[in-house]
Structures are given as structure tokens and as C-alpha cells.
Design a protein around this ligand. Structure first.
Ligand SMILES: [Zn+2]
Length: 99
């Protein structure tokens, strides 16, 4: 877990845990400016570089399960990422210009 950054003053120093919100996310209090906030979660629960590396490893011929084990990601999550990547690529290839 990395240190959260205050969205108000961009400080990473003096960030204190301040209970949890209703959905169970950790809340923080910035001692520098007094801002109370919940760090923005990653859209897929993982940082983009991890997602990219996982997809590359799968494209390299490794199985979802072996990649999942190496990267510490759920294998269903790995499958979802790869499916999503394949779909996007297919759309980009087959998208025909209008007219
Ligand atoms: Zn602050």
C-alpha cells in the first residue's frame, strides 16, 4: 500500500487514516491542510502498468493461471483484461470508415 496523496494540497506527508466510509473504503485525513478524503481507487483495482504487463505475458503465450500466479492477480481478472484487450483490438481493426 502506497502513501495516499491529498487531493487538495497534493501532499503525501502527514496523511492519517481516518476511519472508513460507508462502502468500506479507507478514508484519510490530511494533517497539512485538514482535507478529509478517500483516495481514488484504480478503475480495475490495479495500476495500469500491472494490467499492461499481465496482458503482454498472456500475449506471449503464458496461461491465464500462470500469469495470475506470477503477478498476484485473480485469474478471472486476468481473463477479463485479456478479453477486453482482444475486443478493443478487434474493434480497432474492423472499424470501417463511414461511406
Ligand atoms: Zn492536504
Amino acid at each position: 500500500m502506497t502513501t495516499p496523496r491529498c487531493p487538495a494540497c497534493q501532499s503525501t506527508a502527514n496523511q492519517r487514516k481516518a476511519g472508513k466510509n460507508r462502502s468500506g473504503s479507507q478514508r484519510y485525513l490530511c494533517k497539512a491542510c485538514g482535507e478529509n478524503y478517500t483516495p481514488a481507487p484504480y478503475p480495475n483495482g490495479y495500476p495500469e502498468p500491472i494490467r499492461k504487463k499481465v496482458i503482454l505475458m498472456c500475449l506471449d503465450g503464458q496461461t491465464f493461471r500462470s500469469v495470475a500466479r506470477k503477478m498476484g492477480v485473480n485469474h478471472q481478472t486476468v481473463a477479463n483484461w485479456v478479453n477486453d484487450y482482444v475486443l478493443r483490438s478487434a474493434r480497432a481493426i474492423y472499424k470501417k470508415p463511414k461511406g
